[in-house]
Design a protein around this ligand. Sequence first.
Ligand code: ATP
Length: 323
Amino acid sequence: MIETHELTRHFKDVHAVQGINLTVAPGELVALLGPNGAGKSTTLRMLTTLIPPTSGTAEVAGFDVVRQQREVRQRIGYIGQGNGAAHSQRGRDELISQGRAYGLKVAAARERAGELIDSLGLGEVADRTVSTLSGGQRRRLDIAMGLIHAPELLFLDEPSTGLDPQNRANLQEHIMQLRKQHETTIVLTTHYLDEADSMAERIIVIDHGRIIADDTPARLKTEHVGDRIILGFDHETDAAAASARLPHQIHRSGTQLTITVPDAPRLVPDLLEDLRSAGLPVAEVEVRRPTLDDVFLKLTGRSLREGGATAETTDRDTTLVEA
Ligand SMILES: Nc1ncnc2c1ncn2[C@@H]1O[C@H](COP(=O)(O)OP(=O)(O)OP(=O)(O)O)[C@@H](O)[C@H]1O
């Protein structure tokens, strides 16, 4: 569905995207993750034909983004960071006009608008003017606008930025449902680590205009960081004996051992049993699983929360917002 070769974009002396090689298969949901200014939006804007690459090539839905812009545009939906719908119009009318702009007949545009209003949960608000909708509702309307012509591929640039956690969860659910219904390929950019983690089956981490990791969230965490098991003992001598006995990578601090392993939950029962039968009973145990931020930290030596972004922690997740 997407194939790029050394895709590059410079803005004068800013090397925004530096030779990206990317393949996305039909039906995949891929998240581009990275700090502010990493090159995510620029990549999306090239793939959606909004700006040409400085060098390199990209094929989207089988067509070249420079030579076959029209063909690409007919097959994709793009929801940028701003709101697309005109504020003084009713949501439903905006959708129908958008459908007409894509060449649908009035009846077909109306029918498609109705379907999208239903599947995005906009039934109660679709006949109000856009300016009266909440941020979350407006974002869902934007997504409906991007889907009116039934694209094979949907690009979402930070779909949930600015929404509160509840609206964000609601939007994520709608996106997942749409995908199931229409088997749409989705490429989204996000600052929300939890969003990338829970929605995407594949995560592409971009830093300084380059891809620095590309894998499933689980594999990224296992391969780059691993789980940590923290064992607490009553006596330092027991901790030292346990450390000598275990074959894993271990850090000991007083009565506490920190063990790094690929899959802690599977290992813990046997580990505890082994230590107990060796006369080294564990007093406390804690398993820490890595986050995508740990992966980024491991790969770059920096946290995703540094350098142009600040962390904003809510009850349910970790988010990144512009400083
Ligand atoms: N039109 C432009 N003119 C000059 N520089 C630009 C332009 N668009 C983007 N840039 C620069 O290119 C780099 C990459 O920007 P881009 O918007 O792609 O990053 P991003 O990863 O999407 O960031 P964010 O998460 O903040 O949206 C940044 O240094 C940005 O300032």
